[in-house]
Design a protein around this ligand. Structure first.
Ligand code: GDP
Length: 366
């Protein structure tokens, strides 16, 4: 499953947000779940299409797409030098697909700030810096590995890699994250291989605000927004404390009422998951049958065989063709049978690029 790590300085609201997210899980009582560790939870990706399909098809099971959230507490200034439990935490970040970086954007004298004043820009830089230093280390290590190869003309790739590393190094030394570096296609292929830099992971900044700023933000979020626009990074405003209280309310309508009072249409948890999906260029295809209605996550732009492979690797190997129904056709006509009668099932081959919301049926050799 997709894994997102929550990071941030102490007392910015990481566990509050984490609790808010793990409560979301509890509310989906008809979905199968397992909680593994206190700092790890699996949450569902909200998707109204599943509810509609459930009504129409009445399957035995509904299986939504899920995202794993890890609370990576304990990141401090000096982590890259191994301070605190520094290296351990950095290793945990390396295992994630995306980073959710929480910034404290609320004033409260009762909540101690590790650096005394509330200043989310400085906080952001502290953590960015630690991750960048770690990446520089990774790069230096790689430089020393390919140093010999570069003298040898047979290793054409080494030269290209050297240039990629140089670009990264320059950015990191200037306090920029690896994700801000622009590459051409050839270079991109090279990178895909194996650097695993921390600052090249997609990142979502979450500004944790007081309830009065839940909908529109405050002076802190506006400053952060300015900086992030320059970096091309995404920002989300969440009032974690009040939202974690709302998340505990059992009744759906009551929850919605309180969210509306805050000026919100949707819970912070839902907005966060949706943003993470967008950030990671993820979409959903569906499989629909009497046994189960199932949402599957795929990378935008994937072809039909790759999507078949998400269900089972044999489906990809033996891929013959796919039958595709558009979600909207299925809802309008009401069943697979009706779609077939109306000629709304399309036969697609290996080159078909799967679209968000496609209802797929794969045919394959065994
Ligand atoms: P962590 O160390 O980053 O995990 O921070 P916590 O989630 O434990 O939060 C630290 C303290 O800040 C707790 O006492 C929270 O109740 C409080 N807190 C979290 N979010 C907010 C907020 O939006 N407003 C206020 N006033 N307090 C908050």
């Amino acid at each position: 499953a997709l894994k997102c790590g929550i990071v941030g300085l102490p007392n910015v609201g990481k566990s509050t947000l984490f609790n808010c997210l793990s409560n979301t899980k509890a509310q989906a009582a008809n979905f199968p779940f397992c909680t593994i560790k206190p700092n790890l939870c699996t949450i569902i990706v909200p998707d109204e299409r599943l509810n509609k399909l459930e009504e129409l098809v009445k399957p035995q099971k509904v299986i939504p797409a899920t995202v794993e959230i890890v609370d990576i507490a304990g990141l401090l200034k000096g982590a890259s030098r191994g301070e605190g439990l520094g290296n351990k935490f950095l290793a945990k970040i390396r295992e994630t697909d995306a980073i959710i970086h929480i910034l404290r954007c609320f004033d409260d004298d009762n909540v101690i700030h590790v650096n005394e004043t509330v200043n989310p820009i400085r906080d952001k830089e502290i953590i960015d810096y630690e991750l960048q230093i770690k990446d520089l280390e990774t790069i230096e290590l790689r430089f020393s590995k390919i140093e010999k190869q570069i003298q040898d003309r047979r290793y054409k790739q080494a030269k290209l890699e050297w240039e990629v590393l140089l670009k990264y190094k320059e950015a990191l030394e200037n306090g920029k994250s690896a994700r801000t570096v622009q590459f051409d296609t050839k270079e991109k292929l090279m990178i895909a291989k194996n650097l695993f830099l921390l600052t090249s992971k997609p990142i979502l900044y979450v500004c944790n605000v007081d309830e009065s700023a839940a909908a529109l933000g405050n002076k802190y979020t506006r400053k952060i927004n300015e900086i992030l626009q320059k970096e091309g990074a995404e920002l989300l405003i969440v009032a974690a404390k009040v939202e974690s209280e709302i998340a505990e309310i059992k009744d759906y309508k009551e929850r919605l009422y309180f969210l509306k009072e805050l000026g919100l249409m949707e819970s912070g948890a839902n907005r966060l998951i949706k943003s993470a999906y967008k950030l990671l260029h993820l979409e959903t295809f569906l499989t629909v049958g009497k046994q189960e209605v199932h949402a599957w996550t795929f990378l935008t732009g994937s072809r039909a065989p790759q999507c078949a492979g998400i269900i089972h690797s044999d489906f990809e190997k033996g891929f013959i063709r796919a039958e595709v129904i558009k979600y909207s056709d299925f809802i309008t006509l009401g069943s697979e049978y009706a779609c077939r009668e109306a000629g709304k099932i399309k036969i697609e081959g290996k080159e078909y690029t799967v679209q968000d919301g496609d209802i797929m049926h794969f045919l394959f050799h065994v």
